[in-house]
Design a protein around this ligand. Structure first.
Ligand code: GSH
Length: 303
């Protein structure tokens, strides 16, 4: 199956970057290997485009988190792999884009407390998410999401074309970390609970006002866009924070934060969100286990 197109300029960049490592025979073997997955197609208007061909995964990996000492799950050439942690909001962003764009991929879950050596070699940052396709490796949630959108544009680009909208989406993205900061701050500074929750409420109101100014069901407009998928994982966890803090004002509802409440309802209907969702109970359990220093990465999986 052929996924999207990338421009000839992008192809040249890709080939150039590969050529840097062509010094050795091993590197040129690798180049041939990647080129096998770059094929040509002709679009309906007669222009020739080039597309990456991704193969459908044939192996379903055990969903349990692989820890230090686990053997490296062999790669299949042409199959895109996501290194993931089931409760990581950043990896969920990448998974959301993969699911929304129906990009074939396989998932390998990693134990982030006891990381396998092969994961540390692959990911110099030691963080998930990481995408791997043959010898291409891309870390960082926003970088992986951008790469997926650029490389596999499919029917719809998720990244807005307007400069101003892109700039403001960046503002929304840069500030969402403050929402999840509250989760960790509450764990460390129980005595400051009221202050932390107050700050969180103000931050949520800020998102509410921006969504209401935009006047659309999604931050991206009438359809979900990249910004919706980048923000969503942080909002999905709010009901769990409500459970953990017994503070109902954190979860948007129609009385307060009605725009956010409607957005969250709409997001919950999206197949990509359904495919990546962990329920409130699971999030609350994971947070509690994280707080004790023994994160239960496999919570909810069969024994
Ligand atoms: N800036 C990174 C953050 C990713 C991140 O913090 N991932 C966490 C899991 S949610 C992780 O891998 N932690 C492992 C560690 O800190 O050693 C991104 O956006 O991808």
């Amino acid at each position: 199956m052929s996924w999207g197109r990338f421009s000839s300029a992008a192809l040249v960049m890709k080939v150039m970057s590969l050529q840097f490592s062509q010094a050795s025979a091993q590197a040129s073997r690798r180049l041939r290997c990647v080129m096998q997955h770059v094929s040509s197609s002709t679009s309906a208007n007669g222009q020739s485009d080039t597309a990456i061909t991704l193969l459908q995964p044939v192996v379903t990996h055990n969903p349990k988190a692989l820890a230090q000492g686990s053997p490296f799950p062999p790669l299949t050439p042409g199959v895109l792999r996501l290194y993931n942690m089931r409760f990581c909001p950043f990896a969920q962003r990448t998974k959301l884009v993969l699911e929304h764009k129906k990009i074939p991929h396989e998932t390998v879950n990693v134990n982030l407390k006891y990381k396998p050596d092969w994961f540390l070699k692959l990911s110099s940052l030691g963080l998930v998410p990481v995408l791997q396709l043959d010898d291409l490796v891309i870390p960082e949630s926003t970088a992986t999401c951008d790469w997926l959108d650029d490389t596999f544009p499919g029917q719809t680009r998720l990244t807005p074309s307007g400069n101003l909208r892109r700039a403001w989406d960046r503002v929304l993205l840069e500030n969402v970390g403050k929402i999840s900061d509250a989760f960790y701050a509450l764990r460390r500074k129980e005595d400051l609970k009221d202050k932390i929750l107050d700050k969180l409420e103000k931050r949520l109101l800020w998102y509410e006002n921006i969504l209401s100014d935009r006047g659309s069901p999604y931050f991206g407009g009438n359809q979900p866009a990249m910004i919706d998928f980048l923000l969503w994982p942080h909002f999905e966890r709010l009901p769990a924070l409500t459970v953990l803090t017994s503070n109902p004002r954190i979860t948007p509802d129609s009385q307060h934060l009605p725009w956010l409440a409607t957005w969250m309802e709409a997001m919950l209907q999206l197949p990509a969100v359904k495919a990546t969702l962990q329920d409130t109970n699971a999030h609350a359990h994971f947070f509690a286990s994280f707080g004790t220093g023994t994160p239960n990465y496999d919570y909810g999986l069969d024994e």
